[in-house]
Design a protein around this ligand. Structure first.
Ligand SMILES: Nc1ncnc2c1ncn2[C@@H]1O[C@H](COP(=O)(O)OP(=O)(O)OP(=O)(O)O)[C@@H](O)[C@H]1O
Ligand SMILES: [Mg+2]
Length: 332
C-alpha cells in the first residue's frame, strides 16, 4: 500500500467519524425536540379535556406555552372567554330566578285577591237571593203579573251569579286541598231527574226541551253534592251551547263494570283542535257567544269525577247533524 492510499484511507475514516458524530448529535437533538413537542401536545390535550369536563381553572402550562406559544395563548384566552360567559349566564339565571319569584308572588296575591273578592261577593248575592224569595212570596204585598215576571228574571240571574261565585270558590279551595268525598249509596235516577228539574227553568228561557232516558235502576255509591255539581255544569253548558228551541238528551246506561251518564246537545259542535282544551283551567269560548264564562266548569267537573276514580269524555260531530256529547263514566 503506498503512502497516498494510506493517507486517503485515514482522511476517509476521519470524515466518516466526524459525519457519524455530527449525525448522532443531530439525532439526539431531534429526539429531544420531538419529546418536547410530544409533551407540549399532551399538555394541550390535558387542558382542553379538563375544560371540556367543566374545570375552568385549568390553563396551558409553561412548558407547552414555550413549545406552542400562539396556540397556547389562543386556548388560554378561549378559556377566559368561556369563564366570562359562564359568569354572565349565572347573572342572567339569578335575574331570571328573581323575576320568577316576583311573578309567583304577584300570582299568589292575585289569586288571594280574586278568592277574597269572590267570597265577599257571595254574601250580598245570597242576601239578594233571600230578598227576592220574600218578594216573590208576596211578603211585602201582592205582586202584579209584570212585577212577578220581572222578579223571576232577577231570580234566574241571581241563581247564575251564585253558581258562578260557587264555581270560582270551589276552584280556589281545590288548589289548596284535595276534594274530600262523602260517598253514600244513592238512587242515580232520582239525582239526575231532580237536577234536570232544577235546570228546566233556565232551559225554558230559550225554549229548550230536556229529555231523559234510563236503563239503569240500581243504586250507586257517590258523593251526591259533588256529582250534582258536575251534572249541573254539564247541563248548563248543554243549554248555553245549544241552538234556541232545540233539545238536550240525557241518558243513563251501564255495562258490567260502569255506569255512563250521557248529555247531548245539538246545533253547535266543538272543533277537533279545541276538544283537547275544553277541560283546561280557564279555557272558554263563552265570549265568542256573548256569554259570561270562567272556563272553570269543565275543569272542576273533571277534577270531581277523577276524585271518584271516574272519567269524563267528550264527543263532538262537526259534519251533517252537529252535536256534542259529554259522557261521565263511574264505576258501579
Ligand atoms: N255542551 C257543549 N257544547 C259545545 N261546546 C261546549 C259544551 N260544553 C263546553 N263547551 C266548550 O268548552 C268550553 C269550556 O267549558 P267550561 O264549562 O269549562 O267553561 P264555560 O262554560 O265557558 O264557563 P263556565 O262554565 O265557567 O261558566 C266552553 O267555553 C265551550 O267552548
Ligand atoms: Mg260551563
Amino acid at each position: 500500500m503506498n503512502a497516498y492510499v494510506f493517507a486517503f484511507l485515514i482522511i476517509f475514516q476521519a470524515v466518516f467519524i466526524v459525519a457519524f458524530v455530527y449525525l448522532f448529535i443531530r439525532y439526539t437533538n431531534l429526539k429531544k425536540t420531538f419529546s418536547k413537542y410530544q409533551r407540549g401536545l399532551c399538555g394541550l390535550l390535558k387542558t382542553i379535556n379538563s375544560v371540556r369536563y367543566g374545570n375552568l381553572f385549568e390553563r396551558i402550562n409553561n412548558e407547552t406555552l414555550e413549545v406552542f406559544p400562539k396556540l397556547s395563548k389562543s386556548v388560554n384566552s378561549m378559556i377566559e372567554s368561556i369563564v366570562d360567559r359562564e359568569d354572565m349566564i349565572k347573572e342572567y339565571q339569578n335575574d331570571l330566578n328573581k323575576k320568577i319569584d316576583v311573578l309567583t308572588e304577584v300570582e299568589e296575591l292575585k289569586e288571594d285577591f280574586v278568592a277574597t273578592l269572590t267570597h265577599d261577593l257571595k254574601v250580598p248575592i245570597l242576601a239578594e237571593k233571600n230578598m227576592l224569595s220574600f218578594l216573590l212570596d208576596n211578603r211585602f204585598g201582592e205582586l202584579n203579573e209584570k212585577q212577578h215576571q220581572a222578579l223571576m228574571h232577577l231570580k234566574n240571574s241571581n241563581k247564575e251569579l251564585v253558581e258562578l261565585v260557587e264555581i270560582i270558590l270551589e276552584t280556589y279551595k281545590l288548589n289548596e286541598t284535595k276534594i274530600e268525598l262523602n260517598k253514600e249509596e244513592i238512587d242515580a235516577n232520582r239525582l239526575i231527574e231532580t237536577t234536570i228539574e232544577e235546570m228546566r227553568p233556565i232551559a225554558d228561557t230559550d225554549n229548550i226541551q230536556i229529555n231523559y232516558w234510563t236503563e239503569y235502576q240500581e243504586r250507586i255509591k257517590l258523593d251526591e253534592f259533588y256529582i250534582k255539581r258536575v251534572l249541573k255544569n254539564l247541563i248548563l253548558n248543554a243549554i248555553s251551547f245549544s241552538e234556541p228551541s232545540s233539545k238536550i238528551d240525557v241518558a243513563l246506561c251501564n255495562n258490567d263494570k260502569n255506569i255512563y251518564i250521557k248529555i247531548t246537545n245539538y246545533g253547535k259542535s266543538i272543533k277537533k283542535e279545541e276538544l283537547k282544551h275544553v277541560f283546561d283551567k280557564y279555557y272558554t269560548t263563552a265570549k265568542k257567544f256573548r256569554k259570561v264564562g270562567t272556563g272553570l266548569g269543565l275543569y272542576l267537573s273533571n277534577k270531581i269525577v277523577e276524585a271518584h276514580k271516574g272519567k269524563i269524555f267528550v264527543e263532538s260531530n262537526e259534519e251533517n247533524e252537529k252535536y256534542t256529547t259529554f259522557i261521565i263514566e263511574l264505576s258501579r
